[in-house]
Ligand binder design. Sequence first.
Ligand code: GDP
Length: 454
Amino acid sequence: MDHTIAAISTPNGAGGMGVIRISGKDSLEVAESVFRSVSGKKLKEMKGYTAAFGTIEDDGEVIDEAVALVFRAPHSYTGENVVELSCHGGMYITRRVLRAVLSHGARPAEGGEFTKRAFLNGKLGLTEAESVMDIISASGAQSARAALSTMEGSLRKRIDSVREALLELAAHLAAWADYPEDEIPEIDENDLNQGLEKGIGELKSLLSTYDAGKIIREGVDTVIAGRPNVGKSTLMNLLAGCERSIVTDVPGTTRDIIEETVMLGNVPLRLSDTAGLRSTDDIVESIGVKRARERLESAGLVFAVFDASSTLTHEDRELICSLEGAPVVAIINKTDLPSEIDTEYIKSRIGHVVFISAKNDKDTSELRCAVEDIAGTAEFDPSLGILANERQYGSAQDALHSLEEAVSALKAGMTFDAITILIEDAINCLLELTGERVTEAVVDKVFSHFCVGK
Ligand code: GDP
């Protein structure tokens, strides 16, 4: 933290603007040595949150025009003195400016080092720091909102309230054990049990949002499957909102897997339109069919498409059997045609059945509801604060286990001392979750996922 660090904070590529961020106690001096303001004003004399226009110069050569934005410690992202030099975008210019900055005393920032400093300087908690990463990589509005809400501290507030209640329980237990002669109210086992159960309930509800949050953040691998000509490609195109797959009335046209990511409600679906499942002598088609079957096995969600205008074929029944237990929506397509299909049979084997005419309908809301129901995202409220990664999930789960053990210990008539220890274990897990008590190794691991410049 003694060193002043610098990195390009904008993406690597051509762009209207590029930002080189410098942070550390000497950042004003370092910036001063490459930046000359038009007004003649020195960066060192400028207040925080003010900007100057000027040129970047190195070895007597003008590299670019730039705006220097000054932040004074502790009122900056990292909590240190920060200067951001906004120059023109583009790989050459930004790298050239960075080189100039580095040759005047800054060292290159490591991946995530700005955010790590923000954490170490108390500007952000560990969960908030992790959510910075999620905000950068968010693909949908809801995942961005969830990450932003975590960054604003919603997860920490939720954890803190559980922890404070546990601390109170532990403190009462400890006081009662340590000072028996004082007039500390006796522990009521029912109250204690209730307190523990309340913590368990809150942790369980927090843990239960993890899967939904993960789906919203990362999306689901979704395979569109069915025999040839039921309308898989037409469905793909409807969901993609463009002609992504070739639609013909010739069975067996889609031979390779076609992929597209679409948002259905709040769920990003990575759709693959696969070759129609049937036995075939065509060698290319049969490779396609094999790939389709492999894809089906690893899918997070399957759209099994059927043709309403025909009776169920052997292939349809085979598909239904092979999907037992998997997350599936049965999509009965071509509802504009007279119905011949045995809907009751499908309903008896697949929990979610949706009727559609992929060729004529524009409305996919029925399918959206089925997907949100399966994904568990229908009731998802991104503002409540959710667990965003395996590390946070693991700590919350460890805390839950300790509390469950405490309840068992209480039932088994163990001493209050033993119960206090278990409650303290749970508190420690929660402190680790929010980063208030965390090893250096964990901190390093968290920030190792970050990109340089963040
Ligand atoms: P795939 O082989 O399963 O991908 O099926 P396609 O999407 O290529 O569609 C096969 C044929 O069914 C094409 O002629 C489509 O126009 C037609 N089709 C698809 N959806 C519908 C629908 O909802 N109603 C009707 N009447 N025809 C459809």
